[in-house]
Design a binder for this molecule. Structure first.
Ligand SMILES: Nc1ncnc2c1ncn2[C@@H]1O[C@H](COP(=O)(O)OP(=O)(O)OP(=O)(O)O)[C@@H](O)[C@H]1O
Ligand SMILES: [Mg+2]
Length: 789
């Protein structure tokens, strides 16, 4: 098995002392700070000791962090491998890495930049044997853990109707995040629900261990235990990572806080940046105290405040300020901007969610035609995923290309989860959740009864289910069932034995081929099954692409691929080179920025959510969420609400959000349901309403402020993403979709049928069976296929 070694670094001995900078190094590093204002530069220059940058949105916190890392490298104070930077999403990590590389060059690639989960998963793989796991442990997502808990509930006689597996999962997860172990939890248990959850906590942990699996919380909990039990290992990491950075510190939970503290305990070189007013993950255990008590935890910490906002117009900054003023508790901060006054913020009232979506769509189109901005400059934000449906519909009808973060993401699709379960078994056959998932997928005659027998055998002999699979005779199975189980066991062990040596892509391709998954989909031969088939191919492409190399060019293993897949969040799959409108929840928008932003669904019961309306603390969190949303906007901001909405199966009338009533300022331009624009200063009036008429207010309205598009022409060919990641519906205006099964016309080859689509975006290619020349694989960007019929 290829070990998960640290990148080759000039510094193979982690304890090596920092390099000695020369004068030239210093001045080169100093030049990098030219892109920062004096306060930001001071923060970047303060490389020793604890530093906290606490500042409002758009003030350059993330930018400062990036420059600080570049400065450390350029001034030769640190080797790349001595830098640890923890971000909230993998996307943010990627961006930070590439910006640092832009600033100081390829040498920087060995830095440790990632999310808490991905960095510590890496650590755990290296140190797995110290805590009784093997390095190929599987990471269970919430779906896997819920299944496991459900199964345990049956075993322990807890009625899933009375207590849902999901609520138990979330209770155990909260306990883990707060570092409350099973015993303490049991002591705290007072009500029937907590008692039920407490009964399952220990067996759940045991089941994970037996399956050589960890859930997300374990990826943070186990390193703490590792470090506590093995001070020597902790010491090694303290010496290795001499400079620690954490972005979005306001959203760290207890375990993340403890990890940072352990790692910084020796050298105290910890730089955190955050904004208490943007803390929006309390429901996942984020603890704002981590910011508030930084000074106490790290005596002598240098505190830096940034006050200039570089992102947004004056009006947006003022409005954001009005939003957050509604909250009683927050650190005192000043935020100002040198940017233009900007356009008024528009408040749009709609009659229904459908009307709202239409108004959003028409406005986007209108702005685009007036100013030529890119689709990708626009984001539509909402409180709950369910709201995306009507917006998607409107955009699709209007032919506006978009991408959606969340929803049924690629890796949650059934066929992908099935294929992944096989791949997980190849690296860790004891993974019970995966085993149960595919032992009879595709059907091979292993029924529920057989599985029960296997499970009984495993329980009785205190072994993993996998062992039972390998001894079907011993489990007392019928001859037929035995044969089926044996076949499955043989298949898995054949590939498991190769997992250590065979290249990841080859292994994955052959294994999936032999599982029969592909054949099964081919046999079904429905357009749906073919699309699924296409997805599995896309997964295999992803493995191949991944296996090709990491940022330093080293090939990577299947186990690493699986880890990456487990840890990507939906927002991570957003790539920046696609020209589409972005749809996402307010939570997912954290840290991002767009020229034009719509915050939709500002209604009581939706935003704020109904349950938050009753609770002062939760209400403040909702308000912070709105604050995060409005501060994503650089130049134009729209707030929308609908007077009625389809909810809980009914069209219900709704009341505009209380948050809007807190915003009655001059910066707000209202459009009432009659379609009239009405300015508080009476500047603008239109009679016939609707956002197609927005420009009547002033022909140059948008031109004044929005910077034009980059002017690049983009291929007008319609592409379909075989969906790596997002549920993306992609097309250029007016053209129908090219998907497997449709008839297309090519100007040289004539008519043919699309068999499959591979790749995505500009690289998308279609395999088409032409009547004239048979099978051809064509790049969609060049082939200019027309859908016929
Ligand atoms: N000194 C500066 N000069 C020019 N542009 C800057 C400067 N500082 C920040 N910016 C720009 O302002 C925008 C916001 O910066 P950044 O994303 O780092 O802010 P932030 O404080 O991290 O915001 P958030 O709280 O939303 O995460 C970015 O486009 C960034 O490049
Ligand atoms: Mg930021």
């Amino acid at each position: 098995m290829k070990t998960f070694a640290l990148r080759p670094d000039p510094d193979r001995t982690p304890s090596a002392s920092p390099r000695q900078p020369t004068e030239a190094d210093r001045s080169e590093a100093e030049a990098l700070l030219g892109g920062l204002n004096p306060v930001q530069a001071e923060a970047a220059r303060t490389t020793e000791g604890p530093v906290m940058i606490i500042a409002g949105p758009g003030s350059g916190k993330t930018r400062t962090l990036t420059h600080r890392i570049a400065y450390l490298l350029a001034s030769k104070q640190a080797w790349p491998s001595q830098i640890l930077a923890l971000t909230f999403t993998n996307k943010a990590a990627r961006e930070m890495r590439s910006r640092v590389v832009d600033l100081v060059g390829d040498e920087a690639k060995g830095m440790w930049i990632g999310t808490f989960h991905s960095i510590f998963a890496r650590v755990l793989r290296r140190e797995a044997d110290h805590i009784g796991f093997s390095r190929d442990f599987t990471i269970y997502d919430s779906d896997d853990t819920e299944r496991l808990i459900k199964e345990l509930m049956t075993r322990y006689g807890i009625d899933p109707k009375r207590v849902t597996p999901r609520s138990v999962r979330s209770a155990i997860s909260s306990a883990k995040n707060a570092m409350v172990g099973p015993d303490e939890y049991a002591r705290l248990a007072g009500d029937p629900f907590t008692e039920a959850a407490s009964k399952l906590y220990t067996p759940y942990a045991a089941a994970l261990r037996k399956a050589n699996a960890m859930d997300f919380d374990d990826l943070l909990g186990w390193p703490i235990r590792l470090f506590e039990q093995h001070p020597d290992i902790l010491k090694e990491y303290q010496r290795r990572w001499r400079f620690l950075h954490i972005d979005e510190y306001q959203d760290t939970n207890r375990t993340q806080y403890v990890l940072a503290k352990l790692l910084a305990a020796d050298h105290h070189n910890l730089c955190v940046v955050g904004d208490d007013a943007q803390s929006i993950y309390a429901f996942r255990g984020a603890d704002i105290q981590n910011i508030l008590s930084f000074q106490k935890d790290y005596p002598g910490a240098k505190e830096i405040r940034l006050e200039q906002n570089y992102r947004s117009t004056q009006r947006i900054v003022r409005l954001a300020d009005a939003v957050i003023k509604g909250n009683a508790k927050q650190l005192d901060k000043t935020l100002w901007t040198d940017n233009d006054e900007g356009d008024p913020i528009v408040l749009m009232e709609a009659l229904s969610e459908r009307d709202e979506a239409q108004k959003v769509e028409r406005t986007i189109r209108d702005i685009r035609s007036r100013t030529g901005i890119s689709w990708s400059d626009v984001a539509v934000l909402y409180r709950t995923n369910a709201q995306s449906r009507s917006i998607e519909e409107a955009l699709r009808r209007g032919g506006i290309p978009y991408r959606m973060v969340g929803g049924t993401s690629f890796y949650q699709r059934k066929e992908i989860k099935d294929a992944l379960a096989y791949l997980r078994l190849a690296v860790n056959p004891t993974d019970e959740a995966s085993l149960l998932r595919v032992i009879n997928t595709p059907t091979r005659g292993v029924g529920a009864k057989t599985i029960d027998q296997l499970r009984d055998y495993a329980t009785e002999h205190r072994v993993a289910l996998w062992q039972a699979v390998q001894d079907p005779g011993g489990a007392g199975l019928s001859a037929r069932a035995s044969k089926a189980v044996e076949g499955f066991g043989f298949l898995v062990s054949r590939f498991a034995s190769k997992a250590g040596t065979a290249p990841a892509d080859e292994l994955a391709r052959e294994f999936i081929q032999e599982t029969g998954l592909l054949q099964d989909l081919r046999d079904q031969n429905t357009p749906e099954a073919l699309a699924r088939l296409e997805n599995v191919h896309e997964l295999l492409n992803a493995v191949a692409e991944f296996a090709g190399g990491d940022p330093t060019g080293e090939p990577r293993t299947l186990s690493e691929f699986l880890q990456e897949v487990s840890l990507v969040a939906d927002v991570d799959r957003l790539s920046d080179d696609e020209n589409r409108v972005t749809l996402m929840t307010l939570h997912a928008s954290k840290g991002l920025e767009f020229k034009v932003v719509f915050v939709t669904g500002l209604e009581e019961g939706l935003f704020p959510l109904a349950k938050a309306a009753q609770d002062a603390t939760e209400l403040e969190e909702e308000r912070r969420l709105l604050y995060v949303g409005v501060t994503r906007a650089e130049e134009a901001l729209f707030l929308t609400y609908a007077r009625s909405r389809y909810r809980y199966g009914d069209q219900q009338s709704s009341v505009r959000s209380r948050f809007l009533d807190e915003l009655d300022g001059e910066d707000l331009l209202r459009t009432e349901s009659g379609g009239k624009f009405e300015s508080r200063r009476g500047r603008f009036q239109t009679s016939d309403g609707g956002f197609g008429d927005y420009g009547k207010m002033d022909p140059n309205y948008w031109k004044q402020s929005l910077r034009p598009d980059d002017g690049k022409t983009r291929p007008r060919t319609k592409t379909v993403e075989a969906a790596r990641g997002e549920r993306t519906i992609v097309y250029d205006e007016g053209e129908a979709q090219i998907v497997p099964g449709v008839q297309v016309h090519h100007k040289s080859f004539g008519n043919g049928k699309v068999i499959s689509i591979e790749g995505a975006g500009e690289r998308a290619a279609a395999t088409v069976n032409f009547k004239s020349v048979g099978m051809k694989k064509l790049k969609l960007a060049f082939a200019r296929l027309q859908v016929v019929g």
